[in-house]
Design a protein around this ligand. Structure first.
Ligand code: PEP
Length: 249
């Protein structure tokens, strides 16, 4: 079975009731490629609003979740709370949380496991900094990030994971990875899946690219055999997001 193309929209800490309503209404009324899975990720405060407005075919993701079920964790939200408001997806390990909020591989891995155990699918973000790329450490870094999660997941758990390869130097910078750079790392991730998890998981897990994806560069990126979709930040707030969802038609 071919892997279903997947496009996520990460609104980050952007939007208020009126603008998020406009974005969702625009997606609801647009003609979207019905073979592409679409999941949008508004700030936590607007998850319920987004879920209630978006048509059923559009998934809604949190941008983060905590690894503990409940308790004295001020400011955090649990997997159970996401399920309670009908949220079936979460981003975990976004570089802005790794870099700005200093989340480490082990903490991120525990959150991935907690989400999956609680029935929430995960867009698991990995990627190297510019310094790491220039030191030729890209593959070493993404394998380290993947290995931390692989230690905690069963083979079945991987059915609930979409891997987002997002080179940190390409996020929000306008510097998109070339199609060759993206394909090279995606192919290495797929090889790792085969060697570390199983041939089935290697074949089935979607690996999406994130980092300054726009309506201009998405078509060429989408032609690559191991690019199964996109995680889109800035452009997901604009009408051009529809063109990215429709990159293959
Ligand atoms: C992101 O936030 O995951 C992202 C890829 O952002 P941008 O598309 O703005 O680079």
């Amino acid at each position: 079975m071919p892997r279903q193309f997947f496009v996520g929209g990460n609104f980050k800490m952007n939007g208020v009731t009126s603008s998020i309503t406009d974005i969702v209404n625009n997606l609801n009324s647009a003609k979207l490629d019905s073979t592409t899975e679409v999941v949008i990720s508004p700030p936590t405060l607007y998850l319920s609003l987004t879920r209630s407005l978006a048509k059923a075919e559009i998934g809604v993701a949190a941008q983060n979740v905590f690894d503990k079920p409940s308790g004295a964790f001020t400011g955090e939200i649990s997997v159970e709370q996401l399920k309670d408001i009908k949220i079936d997806w979460t981003l975990i390990g976004h570089s802005e949380r790794r870099v700005i909020l200093k989340e480490n591989d082990e903490f991120i891995a525990r959150k991935v496991k907690a989400a999956i155990d609680g029935g929430v699918s995960v867009i698991f973000c990995i990627g190297e900094t510019l310094e790491e790329r220039e030191a030729d450490k890209t593959i070493e870094v993404v394998y380290r990030q993947l290995n931390a999660v692989a230690k905690l997941l069963s083979q079945e758990d991987w059915a609930k994971v979409v891997i987002a390869y997002e080179p940190v130097w390409a996020i929000g910078t306008g510097k998109v990875a070339s199609t060759e750079q993206a394909q090279e790392v995606h192919a290495a991730i797929r090889k790792w899946l085969g060697e570390t998890v199983s041939a089935k998981v290697q074949e089935e897990v979607r690996i999406i690219y994130g980092g300054s994806v726009s309506e201009k560069n998405c078509r060429e990126l989408a032609t690559q055999p191991d690019v199964d979709g996109f995680l889109v930040g800035g452009a997901s707030l604009k009408p051009a997001f529809v063109d990215i969802i429709n990159a293959r038609i």
